[in-house]
Design a protein around this ligand. Structure first.
Ligand SMILES: N[C@@H](CCC(=O)N[C@@H](CS)C(=O)NCC(=O)O)C(=O)O
Length: 211
């Protein structure tokens, strides 16, 4: 690290969750940062001091940025993962917004359900039906990117949308290992992103957490 390099500190829980895309952006860009993980029991005392009373947040030379996607977009611009021009950037943003649609479209619903029986029912419905509409749409976007021969989602890639989507796919596969069986492009894309220099090494060494 050179003397005048910015100092980055990413603060999140000891989870992959909403912190993992930023961590992988740092890993791919080979930029040093502090991966600060807050313990659940300490969180109530720190909550009010964060920008949106949520995690993650990022400190950059003492400036504080909240909201996971704003953090990732900021890092992606700095490290050339945001898309080459404004049109590519809009396509990257649209895909990232679609990840939010996936999260809000039934994923969080079954995940947070506490009644065991209801949870199993919601989960089965999600993996048998709901998730496939989203996966078909992602696969269609990948196929449509002739710039990269379907290797990446936007331009000649990779962008942070690729990282963000591969992480989502990994999360779905953790719960249902066969979820990508009908989506060869998405499956290959996930493997490609996980093999990128920096990301591959990070995945091998990152703390093992449930999600
Ligand atoms: N839109 C926010 C959501 C942040 C969020 O809900 N974070 C959760 C952890 S994944 C949190 O801080 N939970 C603790 C709390 O709300 O007290 C983002 O993307 O950063």
């Amino acid at each position: 690290m050179a003397r005048n390099d910015p100092i980055y500190k990413l603060v999140y829980f000891d989870l992959r969750g909403l912190g993992e895309t930023a961590r992988q952006i740092f890993a791919y860009a080979a930029v040093e940062y502090e991966d600060h993980r807050i313990k659940r029991e300490d969180w109530p005392y720190q909550k009010d001091a964060t920008p949106f009373r949520t995690l993650p947040y990022l400190e950059v030379d003492g400036e504080v940025i909240g909201q996971s996607n704003a953090i990732c977009r900021f890092l992606a611009r700095r490290f050339n993962l945001a898309g080459r021009d404004d049109l590519e950037q809009a396509r990257v943003d649209a895909l990232v917004d679609y990840v939010n649609d996936v999260r809000n479209g039934g994923l969080i619903g079954w995940f947070r359900e506490e009644d065991k029986e209801k949870k199993e029912k919601l989960k089965a419905e999600y993996f048998n039906k709901t998730v496939h509409g989203y996966l078909e749409t992602f696969e269609k976007h990948l196929k449509a990117n002739t710039d990269s021969n379907a290797e990446y989602f936007v331009g000649s890639g990779p962008t942070w949308a690729d990282i963000h989507i591969a992480i989502l796919m990994g999360m779905l596969q953790d719960v249902e290992p066969t979820v990508l069986a009908k989506y060869p492009l998405l499956k290959a894309h996930k493997a490609r992103v996980e093999n990128l220099k920096g990301i591959k090494e990070w995945i091998q060494k990152r703390p093992k957490t449930a999600m």
